[in-house]
Design a protein around this ligand. Structure first.
Ligand code: ZN
Length: 120
């Protein structure tokens, strides 16, 4: 359904804009304003059932939903195979791997269907 698709696109656009505003506010020291923007972004995502884009979601504290800015509202450290992000307000730690121990899948390596048929 085209209309549904358009509404979802618009929602994602609004979420991205709100993250921009949240970042500006956070850097200007307007913490509550910044929180309100991320809160609205989440609300729009839930209302229209669209996901917050992965790169933006990474910038959100999973507990208090604050915008995480390394060196300002968050501490980022590399520990072993993980990047640990600590929210400087609520102290929650979020870990994500930054190197892949697994062999990359053919999909991730960008091998197209043509190359796959050649291998047979
Ligand atoms: Zn937090």
């Amino acid at each position: 359904m085209r209309l549904k698709r358009q509404i979802a696109d618009l929602a994602v656009e609004r979420i991205e804009r709100l993250f921009e505003l949240a970042e500006v506010a956070a850097k200007a020291g307007q913490e509550r304003r910044s929180d309100r923007y991320t809160q609205l972004a989440r609300a729009i995502g839930m209302r229209h059932r669209v996901r917050i884009p992965q790169r933006l979601k990474m910038q959100l504290c999973k507990r208090c939903h604050r915008l995480l800015i390394p060196g300002k509202t968050a501490r980022v450290r590399l520990r072993g195979e993980y990047m640990t992000t600590t929210c400087l307000r609520c102290g929650v730690q979020m870990r994500r791997p930054y190197k892949t121990p697994r062999a990359p899948s053919s999909r991730r390596a960008g091998i197209g269907p043509q190359e796959r048929t050649n291998n047979r």
